[in-house]
Design a protein around this ligand. Structure first.
Ligand code: SAM
Ligand code: DTB
Ligand code: SF4
Length: 340
């Protein structure tokens, strides 16, 4: 097994958030080594993951990130999991980009409920330059509230990433979603390399990278290992790693996928933690289906972030009262602004 090595040199354009060291840049994970981790006896895997976690992170601390769909539906891409694609009949209506006041109200409410990161999603294949201008105003408004800003807007060109950075964007979310060899089974309107190019533009602009994937799209275990290998071998690996469980939405091609075994989902979280010790691993979409005990196992496996708020982008999420109660039961505490 490959072991994590100390932090090494990083891109001169990239800035780690203030209170944490840079991710290691010289570790290499083979798909086989990752698959071997996924195949460990469950308790052994959880023990290893929790050991890595506790060496790197304070116990019981959890990041609360709130999502807002600022531009919903009508997307020209055909991602087989997505309710917002115009290619599928899902009942999601295409809407215009939200205005600054509406977004500010939602961000203030998220902050008042305890969130420290606010992520704005747009159902675009790739934003136009005038969309970037409008997004810059939204990012500035959210940043002014003292929140960390994140956006997920589709493919970016380098000059657009620079403009978003100048507007105050802290994180850009752009998921690889699965292994390269399974990608075309899920989406055919773009290539895996397009995703990697955008991630490179984001990193080069000095924006922190948020990149993860979806489990439960009919993939094999080797594809889960392939996704984690892609993430863990990035130089440096992503700052945030959202692990989603497919939310099956009627009308999408993947709606009838075999539901993921929750314990296999926990395994993916654990392996993300072991291979990317300093990343914020986010227990993301799909946790509503899991119940409290499985979520507790995800935290034991090293998840230290959740999407927080009654809605994801267009589908549901546990409500704030349920999450507050769960955190209380488990002795978990949300970050405060000073911890960020
Ligand atoms: N259009 C942009 C893009 O594709 O990057 C940003 C928005 S897109 C909805 C962001 C991510 O949401 C996708 O990459 C995918 O990982 C996740 N996602 C979308 N639909 C999902 C679903 N039904 N279940 C789980 N995750 C989903
Ligand atoms: C991520 O990895 N998951 C979020 C966020 N990044 C943008 C989106 C989940 C979407 C779930 C289905 C929906 O509500 O559209
Ligand atoms: Fe569009 Fe993003 Fe949905 Fe794909 S995942 S259809 S790019 S909104």
């Amino acid at each position: 097994m490959t072991h994590a090595t100390p932090a090494a040199a990083q891109s001169m354009h990239w800035h780690a958030p203030a209170n944490r060291p840079a991710a290691p840049t010289d570790q290499r994970w083979t798909v086989d080594a990752i698959q071997a981790l996924l195949d460990l006896p469950f308790m052994e895997l959880l023990f290893q993951a929790q050991t890595v976690h506790r060496a790197q992170w304070p116990a019981g601390e959890i990041e609360l990130a709130t999502l807002l769909s600022v531009k919903t539906g009508g997307c020209p891409e055909n991602c087989g999991y997505c309710p917002q694609s115009a290619a599928f009949e899902t009942g999601v209506k295409a809407e215009k980009l939200m205005d600054v006041d509406e977004v500010t109200r939602a961000a203030r409410a998220a902050r008042d409920a305890g969130a420290t990161r606010f992520c704005m999603g747009a159902a675009w294949r790739a934003p136009k330059d005038r969309d970037i201008e409008k997004m810059s105003a939204l990012i500035g408004a959210v940043k002014n509230l003292g929140l960390q800003t994140c956006a997920t807007l589709g493919m970016l060109q380098p000059h657009q990433a620079l403009a978003l950075r100048d507007a105050g964007l802290d994180y850009y979310n752009h998921n690889l979603d699965t292994a390269p060899e399974y990608y075309q089974d899920v989406v055919s309107t773009r290539q895996y390399q397009d995703r990697l190019d955008t991630l490179q533009a984001v990193r080069a602009a000095g924006i922190n990278v948020c990149c993860g994937g979806i489990i439960g799209m009919g993939e094999e275990v080797v594809h889960r290992a392939g996704l984690i290998a892609q993430l863990a071998n990035m130089e440096p690996y992503p700052d945030s790693v959202p692990i989603n469980s497919l939310v099956p939405v009627p009308g999408t091609p993947l709606a009838d996928s075999e539901p993921v075994d929750p314990l296999d989902f926990v395994r993916v979280i654990a392996v993300a933690r072991i291979t990317m010790p300093r990343a914020r691993v986010r227990l993301s979409a799909g946790r509503q289906q899991f119940g409290e005990a499985v979520q507790a196992l995800c935290f034991m496996a090293g998840a230290n972030s959740i999407f927080y708020g009654d809605k994801l982008l267009v589908t549901g999420n546990p409500d704030v009262a349920a999450d507050t109660a769960l955190m209380h039961k488990l002795g978990l505490k949300g970050l405060v602004v000073a911890d960020r």
